[in-house]
Design a protein around this ligand. Sequence first.
Ligand code: NAD
Length: 505
Amino acid sequence: MDTPYTLIPAEALPEDAVNNVQHLINGEWCGSEGGATFERHSPAHGTLVSRIARGSAAEAEAAIRAARAAFDGGEWAGLSGKERAAFLLNVADLIIENRTRIARLEVLESGKPISQAEAEIEGAADIWRYAAALARTLHGDSHNSLGKDMLAVVLKEPIGVVSIITPWNFPFLIASQKIPFALAAGCTCVVKPSELTPSTTAILGELLMEAGLPAGVVNIVQGFGDPVGNVLTTHEAVDMVSFTGSTQVGKAIEKAAADTLKKVSSELGGKNPQVLFADAYLDSAIDAIVFGIYFNAGECCNSGSRIIVHEDIAEEVTRRVAELSRKVPFGDPLHPDTKVGAIIHQGHQDKIQSYVRDAEAGGAKVELGGAPLEVPGLEGAFFAPTVVSGLTPEMPIAREEVFGPVLAVLTFKTMDEAIALANGASYGLSAGVWSENIHTCLEFSRRVQAGTVWTNTWMDGFAELPFGGVKESGQGRELGRYGLEEFLEVKTVQMRIGRTRAKWV
Ligand code: NAD
């Protein structure tokens, strides 16, 4: 029987040596107390990839103390913007020199396809370059119209010690959306990558050391939310937490950080709608829908995981999306032609499947997929491209983050209905609108609740443009000039000119 999907089988399993991953604390690489470690296997191939130091509370504290001392010592914050920029540019060059090694480990730990991993590493290097430009142009404000006797300046100062906690879906890229901005601002940090994808952040640590970063400015502690993440979000010596991950953990971090009133910036989940009006240019929209849902196997905060389609075109759109879905190459992430790789782990695969089962039990129609995918030569977790229609907006599959290659199809008649559906989820990360009518696009863009709106496109991204969410998709922004502002504190200096102060008594 012909397979209804396009599959890329494994030619051979990777035979890499096991990668030993350590902590970077105060410029020194070290293992955990008592030699405690854990392992990461490739979610696609099943092979052992990494053995990782299992961080303890004491190691997290040591890293925070190192970051605190490095900040308070003033060596990094005291450099000129030009000097910090030169360092960031140097790191960007080292990332490019090491991209093959970084990309391969990213694939083996995350299951994402190699072509995508390489593009992400190059995109990350570009962000380090962009942050260098910000470091040189960072400045505050001056106030010269407060009266002839007053001059005031508003200084921008680094916020201090930042805990940076990252997820597994874009490990190197997300670390690069945070660390260079914190460094450009003059902050010091303690970084905890996801326990599922630790290696490429450790490589970044190597590159930072090679580029000559002073000890303690960036520290990396490997391990789990408990205990490492807990210490990083509650310790009194930390000034700010920059977190990317699930909304559930984001809420817990907000609460944990409240006792010490740390600033928290968070990039959380999404249930991002692409809305197709009846006059949409479908050749482009259909491709963008397929890209939006299968990119990174749907394990993407920006996944276009629901489409809201005008009822006049809903049948055609659903049929054409299902047809194109069959042509997307799923399979061995190490093969250069693969576009969709493995699901991060079996437990997550089961969760994806349960969303589809529940929808089906509730009366939805599975137009395509809905089950794990067998890829010849691989025993890892893969999930078939899946399209589900006949939904009501209340169903979990239509409003919760499935985080898999599962597209939910909803329909509408009027602009008001489309807006109500788009804004009906608790998330507000991104949204898209497809129409040939500029007025339709503008009205939708202004009324939709989202941090980013794409009109007649999906998931374009630029280092220059701020990214982040509203509602339960998080607080604060990354990238762009706003991405730097997050790591800055404002200090107002008011200066009297001459002995002009009027006496109070
Ligand atoms: P997660 O929330 O489970 O874990 C994220 C990180 O937090 C990991 O490093 C984890 O070890 C750590 N952590 C777990 N519990 C913690 C605690 N109590 N205190 C401190 N740290 C803790 O998320 P995940 O499964 O790794 O990533 C997937 C989620 O990330 C999805 O919801 C996705 O939408 C979101 N995400 C959002 C963006 C964005 O920019 N908005 C980008 C990528 C991923």
